[in-house]
Design a protein. Structure first.
Length: 327
């Protein structure tokens, strides 16, 4: 218990280490993404040295108040451990809150994050899509395969068991293979998922995939499936990769910026597991529809995530210039 607590607060000495690094670099602008003690370090250094601090949120819960305290409270950790770790979670939240409030510019991935930022911290954010480097399209297969792809880290928040359930529900869909890709260092959890997967004869677990190999899988698949709890998501790269690869998404709950519905990039079940299962089965019975949506997905992704206007927007913000065009 003591050793775990010491690891938990091991970040405290790093505050000074990172401040010294910033003194050596002496940047004109600091861009820090995601909430952590580094948010406080960046804000403190920028204020002290009269430099600009740009902060970016990266999860739908990234602009929530008391995030670490709530996460600890909701966890399955014992009551005793919660009492011991509580001060650490509280301290991190307090430092993060101070850092967010003192940023000069806040960039959000989604409109939801922007709304939460204004409500919880009284700051106005700017929604900018993530930039994704153009794909090497010559590596793309000429023809899709009857593959349904799930790709993420294996964790309870990603709910891979629901993908297994979808595979079981679609066991009569002719020729379709369900690929569950991802790994975890939690052996007991991995064994639990493997045991569940045995019931789905049309499903294969292939383990973690190096990032440079992921696009090939998205390119092969006809459908990408996301089963994550919404609070764990922001604008996942997996959505972007799938759309760039002409692969529509079937999402249980998460529809970033409402794009899936607005631009016809797949289907979102709004958290309804029955709709999720039935829609998945219906979709697999209509390959022509998947092909048609695939073209829309690719056009949307290229226009939204690979254009130079996103980089230009970040540069203009850092230089203090207004954005000319709304992305």
């Amino acid at each position: 218990m003591v050793e775990g607590t010491q690891r938990c607060i091991s970040w405290v000495p790093s505050l000074l280490d990172y401040e010294n690094m910033l003194n050596q670099i002496n940047p004109d602008v600091i861009y820090q993404r995601g909430r952590s003690y580094l948010t406080y370090v960046a804000a403190k250094w920028a204020k002290k040295n009269q430099k600009k601090f740009v902060w970016g949120s990266n999860g739908e819960d990234g602009c929530d108040f008391w995030k670490n305290v709530k996460r600890l409270t909701r966890s399955k950790t014992s009551s005793l451990k919660k009492i011991i770790l509580g001060p650490n979670a509280l301290l991190q939240d307090l430092l993060i809150h101070k850092g967010i409030r003192e940023c000069d510019i806040a960039i959000n991935q989604t409109e939801y994050q922007k709304e939460r930022l204004l409500k919880n911290f009284g700051k106005k954010g700017i929604v900018l899509p993530s930039y994704f480097a153009p794909i090497t399209y010559h590596t793309r297969p000429q023809k899709k395969e009857k593959i349904v792809l799930w790709l993420a880290n294996l964790s309870p928040a990603k709910q891979p068991e629901l993908f297994i359930k979808l595979a079981e529900h679609c066991h009569n869909c002719d020729g379709w293979k369900f690929i569950l890709a991802g790994g975890t260092s939690n052996k007991s959890y991995l064994d639990e998922i493997k045991a569940l997967a045995k019931s789905a004869k049309n499903l294969e677990m292939i383990g973690p995939i190096p990032f440079e190999e992921t696009f090939a899988w998205f390119a092969r698949a006809y459908l990408f499936v996301n089963t994550s709890i919404m609070e764990a998501e922001g604008l996942p790269n997996t959505f972007i990769q799938a759309w760039l690869a002409r692969t529509p998404a079937l999402s249980l709950k998460h529809d970033p910026n409402g794009w899936i519905a607005k631009h016809n990039l797949g289907w979102c079940a709004d958290g309804n597991i029955n709709i999720f299962l039935e829609k998945g089965k219906l979709v697999l019975e209509n390959e022509d529809m998947l092909q048609k949506l695939g073209g829309k997905c690719e056009r949307f992704a290229i226009e939204t995530f690979t254009t130079e206007k996103i980089i230009d927007a970040y540069i203009r913000l850092c230089l203090g210039s207004p954005l000319v065009n709304k992305l």
